[in-house]
Design a protein around this ligand. Structure first.
Ligand code: HEM
Length: 155
C-alpha cells in the first residue's frame, strides 16, 4: 500500500505567510462556502437542509453558517499547528476526510472545494505572491492526505 508522503512541516516564516493570508479571509467563512456552491452547485444536495433550494435563500440560514464555521474552525486548527505539530495536522485531516467519506461525499467534491477555495484566496487576499505559493503547496499536501483517506484508508 502506498503511504501518504510525510507531511512536510512549514518553516516559521512560511507558516507566518499562511497565517497572514488566512487572517484576511477567516471572517468570511460564509462567503467561502457560498463561492463553493456557486461554482459547484451539485454539492448543495449533500446537505439535507439545502436540497432544491436557491443558494441566495439559504446563505443567511443558521445551517449555512454552521458548516461555514466548521470549515473555518478546522482550517484555523491546521494553520495553528503548521510549524509545530505535523502529527496533529494529519490527525485533523484524516479524521475530517473519513467522516466525509462515511457520509458519501466523493473525493471529487474535495477537488472542487480546493479549486473554489484557491480562487477565493486569489481574489480576496491582498497578500504576497510568496504567500500564495506557500498556500497553494500547503493545500496540495492537505489534498493528498484527503485523497489517501478516500483511496487507501488511513496509514
Ligand atoms: C476542506 C474542506 C472541508 C472541511 C474542512 C469540512 C469540515 C467539516 C466539518 C468539521 C464538519 C462537521 C463535523 C464532521 O467532520 O463531520 C463537516 C460536516 C459536513 N460536511 Fe464538510 N468540510 C469540508 C468540505 C466538504 C465538502 C467538499 C462537502 C461536500 C458537499 C462537505 C459536506 C459536508 C456535510 C454534508 C456535512 C454534514 C453537515 C450536517 O450534517 O449538518 N464538506 N464538514
Amino acid at each position: 500500500m502506498v503511504k501518504t508522503p510525510p507531511f512536510k512541516e512549514l518553516t516559521e516564516e512560511q507558516a507566518k505567510l499562511v497565517q497572514t493570508d488566512w487572517d484576511y479571509i477567516k471572517t468570511q467563512a460564509n462567503e467561502i462556502l457560498y463561492n463553493f456552491f456557486e461554482k459547484f452547485p451539485g454539492n448543495q444536495k449533500q446537505f439535507k437542509a439545502f436540497i432544491g433550494k436557491d443558494l441566495d435563500d439559504i446563505k443567511d440560514t443558521p445551517e449555512f453558517a454552521d458548516h461555514a464555521e466548521k470549515i473555518a474552525t478546522l482550517f484555523g486548527q491546521v494553520i495553528e499547528n503548521l510549524a509545530k505539530d505535523s502529527t496533529k495536522i494529519k490527525e485533523l485531516i484524516n479524521d475530517m476526510g473519513l467522516r466525509h467519506k462515511d457520509r458519501g461525499i466523493s473525493k471529487f467534491a474535495f477537488l472542487e472545494f480546493r479549486e473554489a477555495f484557491m480562487d477565493f484566496l486569489r481574489f480576496n487576499v491582498g497578500g504576497s505572491l510568496d504567500g500564495m505559493q506557500v498556500c497553494q503547496s500547503l493545500y496540495l499536501q492537505l489534498q493528498s492526505m484527503i485523497k489517501n483517506v478516500f483511496y487507501l484508508g488511513l496509514d
